[in-house]
Design a protein around this ligand. Structure first.
Ligand code: MF3
Ligand code: CO
Ligand code: CO
Length: 266
C-alpha cells in the first residue's frame, strides 16, 4: 500500500470539524423532508440552499461534472445517485450523501432513510448498515489496523444477512475530498495500514440485501446493484487522536446511544 497520508494537526481538525458540522446539520435539516411525494431534485435544492446559508459549499456539485449538490441514491442505487424529478414513494430506501466544503476543508457524511411505511427488509438493511458503520468506527482507533476496521464492518453486515460492496472504500479527507489512505470495508484482522493519531478519514460501508456486485450505469454516475437488490449506506468522518477517535459528523446526541438501529428507526 502506497499511501501519501496528510496527517492533521488539532487546528486542521477544527477546520474539518466545521465542514463536518455543516454536512451533519444539512442531513438533520433534510431528514423530516424525506417523505412520499417529494422529489430528490427538491431535496437537492433544499440542501444546496441550506449549505449556502451555513457558509458552506457543496464539494460534490461540479465534481468531475456531478450535477447535484448532494448524492441521492434510491433503492437499488448504492451510491452517486443524481437528483431527479422522480418522486419518492412509500417503501423507498433513500441515501443522502453530503460533502461540505468550508474554507477549503471538507466534511463527508451520509444517511439512509426508509420513506413512509418501513418494510421488514428495509429495517433489516438499515440496522445492518448502521451497525456495520458503528462497528467500523469503534475499531478505527489509534493502534488498530485497517484490516481490523474492514473485518469489523464485514462481520456486522454478515450477522444481519447483508452483503458488503467491496469495490468502494472510505477515504482520508481534509483539503481534498478524497485523500489517502483507503478504508476498506472488508479484510482480515491484524492486516493493513496502522491507524495513527492525526489521521482523518471516513467510514462508509455500502451494504445490500442481495449480492455485493455493482456497476455504474450509462449516465456515468449512478452506481447500481447488479441484482437489483436494495442498498444502504451510513458515512461518518472521524478524527483519530492518541486516546480517542472523534466522530466529526455526529455532534448532536451520542452516536453510540443507539448502537443497534439508526436514530429514527427505534
Ligand atoms: N461523498 C462521496 C463519498 O463518500 C463522494 C461522491 S463523489 C461523486 O466519497 F461525485 F462521485 F458523487
Ligand atoms: Co466519502
Ligand atoms: Co460521502
Amino acid at each position: 500500500m502506497d499511501a501519501e497520508i496528510s496527517f492533521k494537526t488539532s487546528v486542521d481538525v477544527a477546520r474539518i470539524r466545521r465542514a463536518c458540522r455543516a454536512a451533519e446539520k444539512c442531513l438533520r435539516y433534510l431528514a423530516p423532508c424525506v417523505r412520499p411525494g417529494i422529489s430528490t431534485a427538491e431535496l437537492d435544492n433544499l440542501a444546496g440552499r441550506f449549505l449556502e446559508e451555513s457558509g458552506a459549499g457543496s464539494a460534490l456539485r461540479g465534481y468531475r461534472g456531478f450535477p447535484g449538490s448532494i448524492c441521492t441514491s434510491v433503492n437499488n442505487v448504492a451510491a452517486h445517485g443524481i437528483p431527479s424529478n422522480r418522486e419518492l414513494e412509500s417503501g423507498d430506501v433513500l441515501s443522502l450523501d453530503i460533502t461540505a466544503n468550508v474554507e477549503g476543508w471538507h466534511g463527508d457524511a451520509a444517511w439512509t432513510f426508509l420513506v413512509g411505511e418501513a418494510s421488514p427488509d428495509g429495517r433489516r438493511l438499515l440496522r445492518a448498515a448502521w451497525q456495520s458503520t458503528l462497528a467500523g468506527i469503534r475499531t478505527a482507533v489509534a493502534g488498530q489496523r485497517m484490516g481490523d476496521v474492514g473485518a469489523a464492518i464485514q462481520e456486522a453486515a454478515h450477522r444481519l444477512g447483508c452483503s458488503v460492496i467491496e469495490d468502494y472504500v472510505g477515504h482520508g479527507i481534509g483539503r481534498a475530498m478524497h485523500e489517502d489512505p483507503m478504508i476498506p470495508n472488508f479484510g482480515a484482522p491484524d492486516t493493513g495500514l496502522r491507524i495513527l493519531p492525526g489521521m482523518v478519514f471516513t467510514v462508509e460501508p455500502m451494504l445490500t440485501l442481495g449480492m455485493r456486485d455493482v456497476h455504474v450505469s450509462s449516465d456515468g454516475w449512478t452506481l447500481v446493484t447488479s441484482d437489483g437488490s436494495l442498498s444502504a449506506q451510513f458515512e461518518h468522518t472521524v478524527a483519530v487522536f492518541r486516546d480517542y477517535t472523534e466522530v466529526l459528523t455526529f455532534s448532536h446526541g451520542l452516536l453510540f446511544d443507539t448502537p443497534d438501529v439508526p436514530p429514527g428507526l427505534e
